[in-house]
Ligand binder design. Structure first.
Ligand code: NAD
Length: 375
C-alpha cells in the first residue's frame, strides 16, 4: 500500500504529518512511504532521517498523489489536489468539515474516503488518535509563552532587595484541553491564575492545578454526551460578560479558548472590557479561527487597541512549537492507521461498523456518508 505524505500548499503551517519515528513504525507495518523533499524542514526533521526510516522522496506531487492509496496531510487540500487522487484512496487530515461543504463534495465526487481528524470521537479507545487534544494542549502552552514574551512584566513574584515584584495575573477563559494546559503553564511560570468555564465539572480540574475558579452565575449550563459545552443564550452571555469584566480589568494576560463544537465561538470579551484593561496587557484569542472570543481580534494578526491592549489572534499557535506538535500529531495518524490495519493483507480495512470510523469518515464510495454533513 502506497502512502503519500503531502506538504501543505494552502498555509504557512510548520507542522508535518509524519516524523522519522512514525515513518519507521509505518514502514514496519508494510506501508510504502513517499513524500516531497524537505517535508519536515520547518519542523526541524531532516530528509536523511526520513530516508533512513524508509521514505522515498519525489518532486512529482501530482504523480505521487495519483498512485497513492493513502494520503496524509496536516490541513485541508485544495479541490485541484483532490482531483488528482486515485478513486478509492483514503485521505487523512484536518478538514474543517462544518465550513467546507464544497470540499466535501469534491472528495465525494473524486471517490475518495475523506477522514476528518476533528471528528474522531473523544473516547478512551480513540484517545491515541485524538489530534484535537494533542494540538490544543500545545496551543494552550504556546499561548502563555507568546503572551509572556509580549508582556513587559515578569510572571512570577520576586522578592528582591530593591523591592517586591508582584506576580502577574492571568485569566483563562474556557478550561478544556487548551485552557487547562494554559493554566498549568502560567502556574509553572509563577503567575496568579484565575479561570472560568461554563461546564461545572471543570471547576475541580481548575482548582487541582492551583488556580482559582471564578464564580459567575449564568444559569443552567451543560455539556453534550461527547463532553462539549452547550451554547449559551444571549442573556446568559450577557451575564457572563458582566461577571468577567472585573476579572479582565485586573488581568495582565487574558487567554480565551471558549469554543462550542461545530458552531462559531461565542463573543465574550467586548470592546468595553478591553477598554477597562491596563495598557500593555495581552489578550490571546485561541478561538480566532472560529469567529473569535474577543471583539476586534483578527486571524494571524496582532491588534493594539486605543488604550494599548495587545490582542494576539494567532490561529495556529501549535505551529510555533512545530517539532513537538508534529511529533504528537504524527503519532495520532499512526494510531489511526494501526487501528484500521489488516496485518495479513497489509492494507487498511475500513470496517463500516467501527465506532471510530463512523465518527470520522466523511465521504466514501462517491458520497458524503457522515450523517451530520450528508444533508
Ligand atoms: P473546546 O475546544 O470545544 O472548548 C474549549 C472550552 O471552552 C471547553 O472547556 C468549553 O466548556 C469552554 N466553553 C465553551 N463556551 C464557553 C463560554 N461561554 N465561557 C467559558 N467557557 C466556554 O473543548 P475541548 O478542549 O476540545 O474539550 C471538550 C471536551 O472533550 C472536554 O469535556 C474534554 O474533557 C473532553 N475530552 C475528552 C477526551 C477523551 O475522553 N478521550 C479527550 C479530549 C477531550
Amino acid at each position: 500500500m502506497i502512502c503519500y505524505i503531502a506538504a501543505d500548499s494552502t498555509t504557512a503551517d510548520a507542522r508535518v504529518a509524519l516524523t522519522p519515528t512514525t515513518a519507521q513504525a509505518l514502514t514496519k507495518l508494510g506501508l510504502e512511504l513517499r513524500a516531497p523533499p524537505g517535508l519536515g524542514r520547518a519542523s526541524r526533521y531532516a530528509d536523511e532521517d526520513y530516508r533512513a526510516a524508509g521514505v522515498t522522496f519525489t518532486d512529482d506531487a501530482a504523480g505521487a498523489t495519483a498512485v497513492a492509496d493513502l494520503v496524509l496531510r496536516v490541513r485541508k487540500p485544495t479541490p485541484a489536489e483532490i482531483a488528482t487522487m486515485k478513486r478509492g484512496a483514503v485521505h487523512l487530515s484536518f478538514l474543517d468539515p462544518f465550513n467546507e461543504a464544497a470540499l466535501l463534495a469534491a472528495f465525494a465526487q473524486a471517490g475518495v474516503s475523506a477522514v476528518s481528524l476533528e471528528m474522531i470521537p473523544r473516547t478512551t479507545l480513540a484517545q491515541k488518535m485524538d489530534a484535537l487534544s494533542s494540538q490544543a494542549s500545545l496551543a494552550g502552552y504556546a499561548a502563555v509563552i507568546q503572551a509572556a514574551a509580549r508582556l513587559r512584566k515578569a510572571l512570577p513574584m520576586m522578592m528582591t532587595p530593591a523591592g517586591t515584584i508582584m506576580p502577574a495575573r492571568v485569566f483563562v477563559l474556557g478550561a478544556g484541553v487548551a485552557g487547562l494546559q494554559a493554566i498549568a503553564t502560567a502556574k509553572r511560570l509563577g503567575a496568579r491564575v484565575e479561570a472560568f468555564d461554563t461546564r461545572p465539572v471543570v471547576e475541580e480540574q481548575v482548582r487541582s492545578l492551583g488556580a482559582k475558579f471564578v464564580k459567575i452565575d449564568v444559569g443552567q449550563t451543560g455539556q453534550t454526551a461527547g463532553g462539549y459545552a452547550q451554547a449559551l443564550t444571549p442573556e446568559q452571555i450577557a451575564r457572563q460578560q458582566a461577571g468577567m469584566a472585573k476579572v479582565c480589568a485586573h488581568a495582565d494576560i487574558v487567554i480565551t479558548t471558549a469554543k462550542v463544537f461545530g458552531r462559531p465561538a461565542p463573543r465574550l470579551v467586548t470592546q468595553a472590557m478591553l477598554a477597562g484593561m491596563q495598557p500593555g496587557s495581552v489578550v490571546v484569542d485561541l478561538a480566532v479561527d472560529t469567529g473569535g472570543n474577543v471583539e476586534g481580534s483578527r486571524p494571524g494578526e496582532e491588534v493594539v487597541t486605543g488604550n494599548g491592549v495587545i490582542i494576539l489572534g494567532h490561529a495556529n499557535l501549535e505551529s510555533t512549537v512545530a517539532a513537538h506538535a508534529s511529533q504528537v500529531l504524527a503519532a495520532n495518524y499512526a494510531a489511526w492507521i494501526t487501528h484500521f490495519w489488516d496485518e495479513t493483507a497489509k492494507t487498511l480495512r475500513l470496517d463500516p461498523n467501527d465506532e471510530i470510523l463512523k465518527g470520522c469518515l466523511i465521504t466514501h464510495d462517491g458520497r458524503i456518508v457522515h450523517p451530520q454533513f450528508a444533508k
